[in-house]
Design a protein around this ligand. Structure first.
Ligand code: FRU
Length: 501
């Protein structure tokens, strides 16, 4: 069955065959509301190379329709690398005549990779299905082999297009301005900040709603940067900075580098371009890591996208002395379409629970909330045949440590890969309610070989591939409360409607 191989995620986007990496060119059509997802795609092999822009669309960011690759290289050795897309409603580029409806005027901005890396553009008159490359490409050429991943937004302060693009191996993010997407002028550089690793890739600059603290109710600018290799857990990871963007320069509010995801499989995330809106707060990431992505045991495809998330900044108490904003990722709520419930507990309990999924081959959504302080913690053990177990848990305290341990969830492939069989942890501060009580919540999406974890409504998150032995599916969940004092306030375990049916 198409889209029903043993490891095939059922509620996450993946290509039917061959290799996918970064999300690219994401925009929302201003006429029909359709979400367009492009992605780095090798249509000829299940490993990276021969990069094209694959393409899919969605009405709800949940169910996806595949389309033929939208942008292909002209000659062998060329790669159409990562980039972005905008809707040029006012025809600033001059590519469109009056017969093309304003909302169908799509311009893609991407890196052409060959001996050099240059920035190129292509336009679509059919709303993003087919593209024609600009005759006078490249639009930016710095005569270097390391210059890539342009993300363009419409800057309301200057009424210009602004491109955020990377010089990966000198750790510089460059900002360029353009009136027409063709001629670009450098504005400023954001250099050597936070974690370095080997390369800076896939930068993005956007505004998010800000909740709590001194900036409550305003929008804050976020600059995020993907790093590969050399992330703290190995391979790829993403860091972000928040600060001010004045149309020319990005100035971070502090010198701190913050890691977005505490796991290993979240990279190259991008926000959707939405017309008239720099607040492009819906994002999708690539759920993999360059350390092992070319070897993972999925066939006939490799790689999956994360679920779409809404982004915001939330003010949290970091310790008694210091409060801080954190980037919050909330999986889109309209998307969690349940088709049935395994269990729904709404009265506080201090009992452990076991839930049997056997016979259900789709994705499972688990949402649990706990009362703090008191008690030691909780562990969710997601099991498959042969004693395989994925552990997701929390050690309660101030802060709460959240962890994912995939060392015992599928060994046969992981044992042959020195980088894969990991456990990792992040932290969140206990959630304070108005009545003074403190709480902790976990939201886990289990989708065959992909598991996403969100703690305290997205204040910490992690994405993990899990390759169960013998093509097993996760078939049970044990919720193990650490001791008698742990109080689980609520638990909802439900089946999710699949993406492909
Ligand atoms: C990030 C990346 C980008 C590049 C693309 C090539 O994962 O290395 O920097 O444009 O992948 O596929």
């Amino acid at each position: 069955d198409a889209y029903n191989e043993p490891y095939r995620p059922q509620i996450h986007f993946s290509p039917s065959v061959n290799f996918m990496n970064d999300p690219n060119g994401m925009f929302r059509h201003p006429g029909n509301g359709l979400w367009h997802l492009y992605y780095q795609y090798n249509p000829t092999a299940p490993v990276a190379g021969n990069q094209h822009w694959g393409h899919a669309t969605s009405e709800d960011l949940w169910t996806w329709t595949n389309h033929p690759p939208a942008i292909s290289p002209d000659k062998p050795g060329d790669g159409i690398f990562t980039g972005s897309a905008v809707v040029d409603v006012n025809n600033s580029s001059g590519f469109f005549n009056a017969s093309v409806a304003p909302e169908d005027r799509i311009v893609a901005i991407y890196t052409l990779n060959n001996a050099r890396e240059t920035q190129e553009i292509a336009f679509s008159t059919d709303g993003g299905y087919t593209f024609t490359k600009y005759a006078n490409n490249p639009v930016i050429d710095l005569n270097t082999s390391q210059f890539r991943d342009p993300k363009v937004h419409w800057d309301v302060q200057t009424s210009h297009w602004v491109m955020t693009v990377s010089l990966p191996q000198v750790y510089e993010i460059l900002f360029f301005s353009s009136p027409d997407l063709k001629s670009w002028t450098e504005l400023s550089r954001f250099k050597v900040s936070g974690l370095l690793g080997f390369q800076y890739e896939c930068p993005g600059l956007f505004q998010v709603p800000t909740v709590g603290g001194p900036n409550d109710g305003t929008k804050t600018w976020v600059l995020w940067i993907s790093i590969n290799p050399g992330a703290p857990l190995g391979g790829s990871a993403m860091q972000y900075f928040f600060g001010d963007w004045n149309g020319t320069t990005f100035t971070p509010h502090d010198n701190a580098a913050r890691i977005i995801d505490f796991g290993k499989d979240f990279y190259a995330a991008q926000t959707f371009f939405e017309v008239g809106n720099a607040n492009t707060t819906t994002a999708i990431g690539w759920a993999s890591n360059w350390q092992y992505t070319n070897d993972v045991p999925t066939t006939p495809w490799r790689s999956t996208m994360t679920v779409a998330r809404q982004l915001s900044l939330r003010y949290v108490r970091y310790n008694p002395m210091y409060s801080n904003y954190v980037l919050v990722q909330t999986p889109i709520s309209t998307a969690r379409i349940e088709v049935g419930s395994f269990l729904n507990i709404s009265t506080p309990t201090s009992e452990s629970h076991s839930i049997d999924f056997a016979g259900w081959d789709g994705a499972v959504d688990i949402q649990a909330s706990f009362l703090l302080p008191g008690g030691s913690g909780v562990e969710l053990r997601i099991g498959a045949s042969g004693n395989q177990v994925l552990k997701i848990g929390a050690a309660f305290g101030d802060p709460v440590t959240v962890y994912v341990d995939r060392r015992f969830a599928g060994r046969s492939w992981a044992d042959g890969n020195v980088f894969f069989a990991d456990r990792y942890s992040g932290m969140v501060m206990p959630n304070k309610r108005d009545d003074g009580s403190t709480h902790f919540s976990l939201h886990v999406i289990v989708d065959r070989s992909l598991v996403e974890v969100f703690a305290n409504d997205g204040e910490a998150s992690s994405v993990s591939n899990v390759f169960w032995d013998n093509d097993a599916l996760p078939e049970k969940l044990d919720i193990v409360l650490g001791n008698q004092q742990v109080i689980m306030e609520s638990l909802v375990v439900q089946k999710l409607r699949g993406t492909w049916n």
